[in-house]
Design a protein around this ligand. Structure first.
Ligand code: FAD
Length: 623
């Protein structure tokens, strides 16, 4: 039925599991994906959208590394928006509205075309291990499947408990059962677990909505895309979202159900995502606000189903319905599915190494929501990294870790491992110290070569990246080396309210001014001629403009990152006993003993460790 022994078994076919399976298999490892329902591969449990602020950067990084999330986001997109375009390029964040059904189908078809990948639909109910080393998994039906490494990506399914008003029942997601057995097995192996919760809004029938009472939210006039590869072209047609608001009347109707709310009557005790609060939470926490924004998002090209973004709730379904009917445009609303909340087990991620391998059991990796994160993008990138490292381990190759100045993925994993998380962790640009370096436009420059060396990113990706890099470097040099005279540049400067110049000077200097754009520079004959001669595309022009305009900031962040690397190179011996450092605070000693950071830099980021504690450590290490 199965191969005698797999290199890698991936448990769970969500966003993390799908990326993990694709990465391991593409790196030549004999891989098995075991998931509870093969129909629901890469199912979007909540909103039909990929990307957004900081999350869009992650999808670009996954794509640059050769993962599939960017490609599938493009093939299933119904709308594209570059968020934060009015801010600097470090903040630009791509986001698509997705066709939910097509997203899952495209993922499944891409996985089916991946060599070395087998599939099996069943619930994994336990982990097999010997002498602290994983040896495989056992299933609910009693099968034992052997593997050298196992990646667990169980999402919200471990002992999942769904709440709608006063009713609660076991489930991993609406309409799907919970997964049992794994938590108990892991606790027996010595792991610690916790409980978190998340929630989702009702889905409604678009035919019952009056969109004329809402504000249309179209996509970008010139849409871009996620993947650096040309698997699809940018969208020619798009579907709009719509915006409407709650009102004091809606809030009063919701409040009538608070005594039956599992959030308020003590049934749900676990912590939910702070930045994706339920509507009842918002009314409670921001009592002075008399309205909250709702985005009404189509679930696909053809379906009439709509997602009511901003109205996540676990109130009884009759309360949800009555309140939503009072929202402008929803007077005749018909429900497809009520909103609900779900509680599930997670495993504090401080139990992991930076490769996402567990410290307790060799060859066992955790990725995605099981690590206390929330969001498809956060899950997918962990899956990719766990899949890569599981394959590398089996192939007895060096581990693959990204640092905080190389990728948002590096920031995310480092945060999880060194700080842990008490509430569902989502990515923000503010979590990254080096966000001018970690832009969505340059993820390919940062990561593709690394992945190519691993044997994951294809030759085609590598060639495309090199050509874009060579072209933009050459164009930046052109601006550094070519002069422009006052007669040619001054009309452009005047038109943009920028001070004129008296003498000829290098183009770079004027182009670096804040109010001068590439479009302005193209009015200079020699610039336009250079572009036409070299047939530069939009990506090269954008890259060159960013390199010129932000060169100062980029240089400064690179210098800061170099300082970090000097600390990163100071390795701490494994199993170091911090208790012997008497002058270090007790809190720091306890935390560092538990987390066992590998470098002084990592130690400095552990919560509760102060600069004074790090000085003690440095003195001990003879620095
Ligand atoms: P999942 O996507 O949950 O996938 C887990 C997969 O593992 C499933 O395919 C499941 O069948 C399989 N599986 C589980 N256990 C087993 C087993 N023992 N054997 C075999 N297969 C198994 N994110 C946000 O960013 N914002 C939100 O507002 C938000 N709201 C959410 C609301 C709800 C109700 C839910 C369910 C999720 C929500 N999410 C939200 C989270 C988002 O869906 C997840 O972060 C993301 O899907 C996690 O990906 P994952 O791969 O870790 O797990």
């Amino acid at each position: 039925m199965f191969d005698k022994e797999y290199d890698v078994i991936v448990v769970g076919g969500g966003h993390a599991g799908s990326e993990a399976a694709a990465a391991a298999a593409n790196m030549g490892s004999k891989t098995l994906l075991v998931t509870m329902n093969l129909q629901n591969i890469a199912q979007m449990s909540c909103n039909p959208a990929m990307g957004g602020i900081a999350k869009g950067q992650i999808v670009r990084e996954i794509d640059a590394l050769g993962g599939y999330s960017g490609i599938v986001s493009d093939t299933s997109a119904i709308q594209f928006k570059m968020l934060n375009k009015s801010k600097g390029p470090a903040m630009w964040s791509p986001r698509v509205q997705s066709d939910r059904m097509r997203f899952a189908e495209d993922w499944r078809l891409m996985l089916e075309q991946t060599p070395n990948l087998d599939f099996y639909q069943e619930m994994v109910s336990g982990i097999l291990s010997e002498n602290g080393k994983v040896t495989g998994v056992k299933t609910f039906l009693g099968l034992e499947i052997k593997a050298k490494s196992v990646v667990l990506t169980n999402g919200t399914f471990l002992n999942g408990l769904i709440h709608i008003g006063e009713k609660n029942f076991g489930g991993g997601r609406s309409g799907e059962r919970a997964a049992t057995g794994i938590t108990a097995d892991l606790l027996n192996l010595g792991f610690e677990s916790g409980r978190m919760k998340t929630g989702t809004p009702p889905r409604v029938d678009g035919r019952s909505l009056d969109f004329s009472k809402m504000v249309e939210q179209p996509g970008d006039d010139v849409p871009a895309k996620f993947s650096y590869l040309d698997v699809t072209k940018p969208l020619k047609e798009q579907r709009s979202c719509h915006m409407t608001y709650t009102s004091p009347e809606v809030h009063n109707l919701l409040k009538e159900g608070f005594d039956r709310s599992p959030m308020f009557n003590g049934r749900i005790e676990s912590v939910g995502p702070r930045y994706c609060p339920s509507i009842e939470d918002k009314i409670n926490r921001f009592a002075d606000k008399d309205r909250h924004q709702l985005f009404v998002e189509p679930e696909g090209w053809k379906t009439v189903e709509y997602y009511v973004n901003g109205f996540s709730t676990s109130l009884p379904e009759d309360v949800q319905y009555k309140a939503l009917k009072s929202v402008a445009g929803f007077e005749n609303v018909k429900f497809f599915r009520p909103g609900y909340a779900i509680e599930y087990d997670y495993f504090p991620p401080t139990q992991l190494q930076h490769t996402l391998e567990t410290k307790l059991v060799e060859g066992l990796y955790f990725a995605g929501q099981i690590n206390g994160t929330t969001g498809y993008e956060e899950a997918a990138c962990q899956g990719l990294m766990a899949g890569i490292n599981a394959a590398l381990k089996v192939q007895e190759r060096e581990e693959f870790v990204l640092s905080r100045d190389e990728a948002y993925i590096g920031v995310l994993i480092d945060d999880l491992i060194t700080k842990g998380t008490e509430e569902p962790y989502r990515m923000f640009t503010s979590r990254a110290e080096y966000r001018t370096l970690l832009r969505q436009d340059n993820a390919d420059f940062r990561l593709t070569e690394k992945s190519y060396k691993l044997g994951l990113a294809s030759q085609k990706r590598m060639v495309r990246m090199e050509s874009k890099k060579d072209s933009s470097d050459a164009f930046v040099s052109f601006f550094r080396e070519t002069s422009v005279n006052p007669e040619e540049i001054n009309p452009i400067l005047e038109a943009n309210n920028s001070a004129t110049v008296k003498q000829s000077g290098k183009m770079f200097k004027v182009f670096a001014r804040p109010n001068i754009s590439m479009d302005d520079m193209r009015k200079i004959d020699s610039v336009e001629k250079y572009i036409q001669e070299h047939q530069f595309d939009h990506e090269v022009l954008e890259q060159t403009e960013i390199q010129v305009k932000y060169s100062g900031y980029i240089e400064k962040e690179k210098n800061n990152a170099d300082k970090l690397h000097r600390l990163e190179n100071l390795k701490i011996p494994s199993d170091f006993d911090y208790m012997k450092l008497q002058s270090m605070s007790m809190e720091a000693r306890e935390k560092l003993n538990k987390i066992q950071p590998k470098t002084v830099s990592q130690a400095s980021r552990v919560s509760g460790v102060s600069p004074a504690d790090i000085s003690v450590l440095l003195v001990f290490m003879g620095r």
